[in-house]
Ligand binder design. Structure first.
Ligand code: ADP
Ligand code: MG
Length: 429
C-alpha cells in the first residue's frame, strides 16, 4: 500500500494508469484506462481494493472504480448507451465471482476474450462440461461483461427460443423475430441439447446462427455433451465442431476450497481452515453439490445453534459420507427410489394411470435414467410401460428445465445415498 500511495502522491498516476479523458469521475465512478483485457483483469483482481482504498484516502470519500480498455493515445470513446440487463442473468454469476483453477482456466479465458472482443476470436465457442461445473455461471459472466461494454446480447435457453418462435408463428411475426435476433452482437444459448426434438426451433436457430456467424457476431453455446453426441441436426453438430470446443472439468481440492471460501464470504459465514478442508473433500466434482453441502452444514449449525466446526459438518453431512458411488446405481434402484419417494408403485408407473402424481414420478424417473445411466429415450419408454419417444422426451424436459435443482430429484438422490443398495430386490428392468 505504501508503495502505491507513494506513486500516487507523486501525481503520476494519470500517466501510470492512463485515466480516460483525464476524468476523475464519471457519474461517481473513477474511470481508469488500461491498454488490454489482461491488464484490466489483473488490475481488477489484484489491485482494485487497494487502489480504491488509496483513492478514498486521497479524495476523502468512497469512490467507484472501473477499468476501461483504451488504446494508448486514443481519444476516449463516447459513452455507450446503457442496455438493460436481461432479466435472465443472475447478478452473482460474474467473472469476478468465478474462482479460476486448473480445470476451468481455459474455459474462463476463452469466454472472457469472447466477451471483450465478440466475434473476433473463437467463433462459435462451444462450452462442454458435466453438470454443476460452472457452465451457466461462465455464460452469464460473459453476458454481464458484454452488456457492460455496450454490446447487444441475446441470451436464451432452448425453452425461450422455442416459446418466442412459437408465439411468432402464431402471430405471423417470424420475420420481425428474426430481425430482432439479427441485431445481437452476441448470441448465447445455454443447455443447447434441450433443443432435442424441437425440429422447427432447430431450423430457426440454425438460420439465425448462420446469419449471425456470417456477420461475425459471437456465438456461444454450452452443453453437457460434446458436439458430436448432441441429439440435434447434423448441420448444427458440425457447425459447433467447426469452432472452438472448450471443456470445463470439475475443480480439484484447492479450487473447491477457494470456491467454498468465496461462497462463505458472500453468505457472511465464518469457516475455519479445517472446516473448509473437510467440506471441500465431500462429493465428487459438481460445484452445485459442493454449495449444497455448505448450505446444509450452515442450516444444521443454525438449527442446533452451534458454530460451524469439523464435527458439526461431519454430523450435518453424515448421510453423504456413506453414499454409494453413483456408478454403482442400477435402474432398479433408481425406479424403486422414485416410486418410494413419490408415493406410487412401479406397476402404477408402468401402467396407464395419468394422475399428476404418476406423471411427476415418470418425469423424475425419465430424467434420472437418462442423466445417471445415459439411457436412450426409447429404452426409457419401454421401461416405463411402452411409452413413446415424444412423451418420454416431454417428461425428461419437464425436469431438465430446472437445471439440477428439481426438489423431487434431490429427494430421490438423497434417498439413494441414504440407503445404498436398499432396492437390490427391485425386479430386473
Ligand atoms: P452448470 O451450468 O455447469 O451445471 P453452474 O454454472 O450452474 O453449473 O454452477 C453451479 C453452481 O456452482 C453455481 O452456483 C455457480 O456459481 C457455482 N460455481 C461453479 N463453478 C464455480 C467457480 N469456479 N467459482 C465459483 N462458483 C462456481
Ligand atoms: Mg447450467
Amino acid at each position: 500500500m505504501g508503495e502505491l500511495q507513494h506513486e500516487v502522491t507523486r501525481a503520476n498516476f494519470r500517466t501510470w494508469l492512463q485515466p480516460t479523458g483525464g476524468l476523475l469521475f464519471e457519474h461517481g465512478v473513477f474511470v481508469v484506462g488500461v491498454p488490454s483485457i489482461f491488464a484490466r483483469e489483473w488490475l481488477g483482481k489484484r489491485w482494485q481494493p487497494l487502489i480504491k482504498r488509496t483513492l478514498a484516502k486521497l479524495l476523502g470519500q468512497e469512490v467507484g472504480l472501473e477499468f476501461r480498455i483504451v488504446q494508448p493515445g486514443a481519444e476516449p470513446e463516447a459513452p455507450v448507451p446503457a442496455i438493460p440487463l436481461p432479466d435472465s442473468l443472475n447478478p452473482r454469476y460474474t467473472f469476478e465471482n468465478f474462482v479460476v483453477g486448473e480445470g476451468n482456466r481455459m474455459a474462463y479465458s476463452s469466454l472472457l476474450v469472447a466477451s471483450e472482443r465478440p466475434g473476433k476470436t473463437y467463433n462459435p465457442l462451444f462450452l462442454y462440461g458435466a453438470s454443476g461445473t460452472g457452465k451457466t455461471h461462465l455464460l452469464q459472466a460473459l453476458g454481464h461483461r458484454a452488456v457492460q461494454q455496450g454490446y447487444r446480447l441475446l441470451y436464451a435457453t432452448p425453452e425461450r427460443l422455442a416459446s418466442e418462435f412459437i408465439t411468432a408463428i402464431r402471430h405471423r411475426t417470424t420475420e420481425e423475430l428474426k430481425q430482432s435476433y439479427r441485431q445481437a452482437d452476441l448470441m448465447v444459448v445455454d443447455d443447447i441439447h434441450l433443443l432435442e426434438g424441437k425440429r422447427q426451433t432447430q431450423k430457426f436457430f440454425f438460420q439465425t446462427f448462420e446469419e449471425l456467424h456470417q456477420a461475425s457476431r459471437q456465438l456461444v453455446v454450452a452443453s453437457d455433451r460434446l458436439p458430436h453426441a448432441l441429439p440435434l441436426e447434423e448441420r448444427l453438430r458440425s457447425r459447433f465442431q467447426s469452432g472452438l470446443v472448450v471443456d470445463i472439468h470439475p475443480p480439484g481440492q484447492a479450487t473447491r476450497q477457494a470456491i467454498l471460501q468465496q461462497r462463505a464470504q458472500q453468505l457472511t459465514i465464518c469457516l475455519d481452515a479445517p472446516s473448509l478442508e473437510l467440506l471441500a473433500s465431500h462429493g465428487q466434482g459438481s460445484v452445485r453439490e459442493l454449495e449444497g453441502y455448505l448450505h446444509r452444514a450452515v442450516a444444521y449449525a443454525q438449527l442446533h445453534q452451534v458454530p460451524l466446526s469439523p464435527e458439526v459438518i461431519r454430523q450435518a453431512l453424515a448421510f453423504q459420507s456413506c453414499s454409494a458411488p453413483e456408478a454403482a446405481l442400477g435402474a432398479g434402484e433408481i425406479l424403486m427410489a422414485v416410486a418410494r419417494t413419490l408415493g406410487v408403485t412401479l406397476e402404477q408407473m408402468r401402467g396407464p394411470g395419468r394422475s399428476r402424481q404418476l406423471s411427476r414420478a415418470r418425469q423424475v424417473a425419465a430424467y434420472l435414467l437418462r442423466e445417471k445411466l445415459g439411457w436412450s429415450l426409447e429404452r426409457i419408454g419401454q421401461e416405463l410401460g411402452g411409452r413413446d419417444h415424444s412423451s418420454v422426451l416431454y417428461a425428461y424436459r419437464r425436469v431438465a428445465q430446472s437445471q439440477g435443482q428439481h426438489p423431487q430429484v434431490q429427494e430421490v438422490l438423497a434417498a439413494l445415498q441414504a440407503h445404498p443398495g436398499a432396492s437390490a430386490r427391485a425386479e430386473a428392468v
